[in-house]
Design a protein around this ligand. Structure first.
Ligand code: JFZ
Length: 486
């Protein structure tokens, strides 16, 4: 007799026998109403531009920059822009009465958007992501839909507009950061379980839609939106609403770029939908964290957003813990590009609009490096060549860039070229174009070609550097024949 137990057993056995089938990629696709809009990567010009950026700047600015991680002489242990969420027995109370009035003091008299843009340009950033509204709900543009904006501060002037105009003027593309989660809006809910909750959340949804349409209308030159604060249940349940809103935004603003952190599908799946397809135009999950291999990237476009200190996005007057150096950050940028992604470095200006000295120095040092080596970054991407311990490969057409971070004592940068039909023609430093010896090191067991690119022993530097390897498409038969004769 077939009972439930037997059926279960049958399924288990069937499952074991066919385990390899189930563990492979799903072949049957579920039809989704609110899943990804496309299974393939975008190929349009706007997305090609995005892909070629290499380096971006993030700016977290808002009224959290006033306390800068300190409240009533006490230090908040989390990220400075999260101070309003500080709770527990030692935490100050009544944020509604205190933090939510900080805007009355917001008067960034030294804020100079042109100066920021100039610095970003000098660093080599080709796009900027700017916080219009963070989790605290305060709006840096004069939104029609709330009084909780820059217009009600002593400063009054539209900050988003100044940033957009200044960055556009120096040729940097602007993306607007927008947090869906909003600690200030009366209708925001983490979850909505009751009728009252959903009525309140409906109001919040309208507000969100209005503000997003407002941002795209007010600042038509922006290239896209960078969403955050979308992980809570109440929002995750809004698959239909968010999908419609995405369509509305894309219709209003053709070519715009949105990451994978805006909306969930109808099963609550985020970043990738139930079929495994990415939601949005690129993967937006590399947060202070980098992929280690191309497999980690799953063929997606992606960006990495990175802080200079450990986990501070908004201004914190007191950076503690390990603070990255410019060479750490340059290595992360190169690694990002070598794995086909963009690298976005965060800045947190203070309450007056000043960019702190540590960030200024780092921007300068990255800029100095980029002035010489940006060819290995802009428009360059993943190269299907085996990674070596001395550093990273990036590639643009037939040019390979060898970015050296760990110089070998023997000065030999070994490379292994596999079944490519490409052989190295000439090698030279990106800085100064001084040529570098290419030494043929024979074949290995897999019959791949090995070469040593020999750094002149007299070459002395304390900085990471790049060697260009120009490749030619040539038949390798002749060479292997000659070798066979010896
Ligand atoms: C979020 C914010 O909470 C934070 O304040 C900052 O704005 C940052 C850029 O974004 O923080 C996150 C969001 C997602 C992850 C980690 C931190 N994540 O996916 O690992």
């Amino acid at each position: 007799m077939i009972n439930v137990k037997n059926i279960t057993l049958l399924f288990v056995l069937f499952g074991l026998i066919n385990g390899h089938i189930f563990s492979q990629e799903k072949t049957t696709r579920i039809s989704l109403k609110h899943g990804s809009h496309r299974a393939e990567k975008r190929t349009d010009a706007a997305m090609q531009t995005w892909r070629a950026y290499g380096l971006g700047q993030f700016i977290h600015w808002g009224i959290y920059a006033i306390p800068g991680g300190q409240w009533d002489g006490k230090t908040y242990n989390g990220a400075a822009e999260w101070i309003r969420s500080w709770s527990g027995k030692d935490a100050p109370v009544n944020w509604e009465k205190t933090y939510d009035n900080l805007y009355k003091q917001f008067n960034p008299t030294v804020f100079d958007a042109d100066k920021w843009a100039e610095q970003a340009k000098n660093m080599g950033a080709r796009y900027v992501i700017f916080t219009t509204k963070h989790h605290d709900g305060f709006c840096l543009w004069p939104s029609k839909y709330t009084n909780y904006t820059i217009a009600k501060t002593p400063y009054k002037k539209d900050i988003v507009k100044q940033v957009v105009d200044a960055y556009n003027k120096v040729g940097i593309d602007v993306y607007l950061y927008y947090s869906i989660m909003d600690w200030h809006h009366a209708g925001w809910r983490y979850d909505s379980k009751t009728k009252e909750d959903s009525a309140a959340f409906d109001g919040f949804k309208k507000y969100t839609r209005n503000q997003l349409i407002e941002l795209l209308t007010n600042y038509p030159t922006v290239k896209g939106l960078w969403f955050d604060g979308t992980w809570d249940k109440a929002w995750v349940k809004q698959a239909e609403f968010a999908d419609e809103l995405e369509n509305e935004m894309r219709t209003l603003h053709p070519g715009m770029i949105i990451g994978s952190r805006f909306r969930a599908d109808e099963n609550g799946k985020r970043h990738v939908d139930t079929n495994g397809d990415m939601m949005g135009d690129y993967e937006q999950g590399w947060e202070r964290n980098l992929p280690n291999s191309i497999e980690d990237v799953h063929g997606h476009d992606w960006d990495c957003v990175m802080t200079i200190p450990e986990n501070q996005w908004g201004y914190n007057s007191n950076w503690t813990g390990y603070v990255k150096t410019s060479y750490n950050l340059i290595e992360m940028m190169v690694k990002s590009v070598s794995l086909g992604g963009n690298f976005v470095l965060n800045f947190g200006p203070d309450g007056k609009g000043n960019i702190r000295q540590e960030e200024t120095d780092i921007a300068q040092e990255i800029g100095d490096w980029m002035k010489i080596n940006s060819e290995a970054i802009y428009g360059a991407t993943y190269s299907d060549i085996k990674k070596q311990d001395w550093g990273y490969f990036t590639q643009k057409g037939k040019k390979l860039y060898l970015a050296v971070f760990n110089r070998p004592i023997n000065n030999c940068l070994n490379i292994e070229l596999s079944k490519k039909g490409l052989i190295p023609e000439k090698a030279y430093f990106l800085a100064g174009k001084q040529s570098v010896l290419i030494q043929d090191a024979g074949n290995n067991k897999q019959n791949n070609r090995l070469y040593n690119i020999v750094i002149p022993p007299s070459y002395c530097t304390v900085k990471p550097f790049v060697i260009v390897l120009e490749m030619e498409e040539k038949q390798t038969e002749e060479k292997s024949y000659q070798q066979a004769k010896t």
